[in-house]
Design a binder for this molecule. Sequence first.
Ligand SMILES: [Ca+2]
Ligand SMILES: [Ca+2]
Length: 414
Amino acid sequence: MLQTIAAFIAGADMKYILIHQDKTGPTPFNTVTVDDVLSCTVICEDDPLCVIFAFHDDRQQCNIYHQLITDSELQHDAGMRMFKIGNIGENIALQKPTYKSSRKRRHNSDLAVDGDTISTCFETKEGDFSPYFIVDLSDIYHISYVMIHNTLDLDHYPERLHDLNIELYHSNPVDTNSTNPACCGFRPGLLPTGPTTIKCQDGVLGRFVKIFIEKSEFMTLCEVEITGHKVDDISSQRNTRNVNGCKRLPSGPNIALGKPTVQSSTYVYENLPLSSALAVDGNRNSDAFQLSCSHTAGGDNPWLQVDLERIYNITSVTIVNRGDHREITYGRMVDISILVYESDPTNTPATPGPVICKFIPGIFGMTSRTFECDDVTEGRYVRINKNSEILDVCELEVTGNLNVMTSLLDVTSE
Ligand SMILES: [Ca+2]
Ligand SMILES: [Ca+2]
């Protein structure tokens, strides 16, 4: 039984469709107690990643889901009603002109707007570390949703789609120094296979929709579907909100490049030690057999460490994981910690102890990812740690600012 529940929110043109009665999904992203289904709708509205919500009248339980749920994942729960966004309009990106940072062989950008969400995909070229895709909607629209279809083919590395930025421009950012993009949204973390819906921030508009990943290699988009409403009134064709684009990762030189390194143990491949220095050699090649990745020997709780030689306020850390031999390497890079020390922890005990820049739970993915430290992270030694056997790192990059206090002390003592 399908039931359409229209316009829960005054003035909103959105509709929610009851998709299941007496069903609930896997662990929801967020569960809260609210008075009624309307309040649950509002919570979904306010969460840019919410695509499905479920509500239980008696328990006043509101579950928010960030992913579409397959029928096989559904569980019985008497009284639970599950809703998804429905009737959000036609796909305005279909067969519109596209632009791209690069193209891998025949996988041109028009394949991301050809209407086939599964078997035709746009792919950027190897060595393109600023991958992007642009679609020209031909008119200025208030954008409501962007639905990204990731590849279902594990051989095409679905985890390479991560940390997506979606920005809106009035003029083509390829041709001009187009400024003041509006931020539709940022989708953090790895995207699952299949579709992911990103809800644009309220009130943003634009003609060119740019999808990009910062500081990473490879972007595969099987399809990009966009919904929105055309802006007819010329006077209101100006963005008034979120005009500074999406938040950018910290920039600056890689302060780990060529610095001294050490790792817990070293694997030797045909008489060639895959040493820790290969992780800071400036070569991001992710095929370990091209001899630019560090590799521990196994049999220990592995770690890799770089000595920045001065105390820095560390702002971000980029890790390039291996991209070869998926059958053994995909499951290997899990539960990674990035730790920062003031003194060398190989001279135990390190005092003071480490500061955690970032813990990355679960599968890292066969890709490169950049992390901002959770807090102000001051230190000289950056260590990548993991509690399961073997750590391979094809490149470790760090950005940061020289710590003013400690550099003054350096000068005084010289
Ligand atoms: Ca396609
Ligand atoms: Ca390298």
